[in-house]
Ligand binder design. Sequence first.
Ligand SMILES: O=C([C@H](O)CO)[C@H](O)[C@H](O)COP(=O)(O)O
Length: 210
Amino acid sequence: MAKLQVAIDLLTTEEALALAAKVAPYVDIIELGTPLIKNMGSSVITAMKNAHPDKLVFADLKTADAGELEADIAFKAGADLVTVMGAAGNATIIGAVKAAKAHGKGVVVDTIGYPDRVKRAQEVTELGVEFVELHAGLDEQWTAGYSIQVLIDEAARAGVPVSIAGGVNIDNITAVIKAGAQVAVAGAAIYGAEDPAAAAKALREAIDAV
Ligand SMILES: O=C([C@H](O)CO)[C@H](O)[C@H](O)COP(=O)(O)O
């Protein structure tokens, strides 16, 4: 069964915990967004894991260097999964995987900005990562002509475990899952909704219906 990941791109621990409390019954993975971690530090990771020990806490570090060191900081704080940039060198990804193995946790590679996301996904899977995020970041989503269809097409031909992030919502989540994504990441579709719990519930039901 595919997983639902809520991406919390809010800026304070208080707001993040309040959102997570509303949507936790419907999600498998709670992602602490990069801006949130930069604003609050690793304490937000600890606060979220303490509040939701039964969920996978995903620290979207977007590490570009010092992979082992940065991953170790997040795992010690309570993260279950951390992100490393696909554009980073393999040594950085290997370092983060080393830290993950030491803690019994996992690494996700984020392909944001990478020219050939599928090729990189296949390469880094060999390095022992949990899965690869086929990701169009917020800036790319706000560029004229953007469509999530490009990520859906990539997932269908990746042949390795992937998630999709970049504007997942109730209108496209069925296609995301049918393309083979093991995890659907939804940020604004949940935290920007008038009723985040109802939005998360609808996404969960759409996944379960596939
Ligand atoms: O990872 C993300 C982005 O880089 C900002 O941190 C988002 O959480 C990710 O793109 C999912 O958010 P939505 O596109 O709003 O669903």
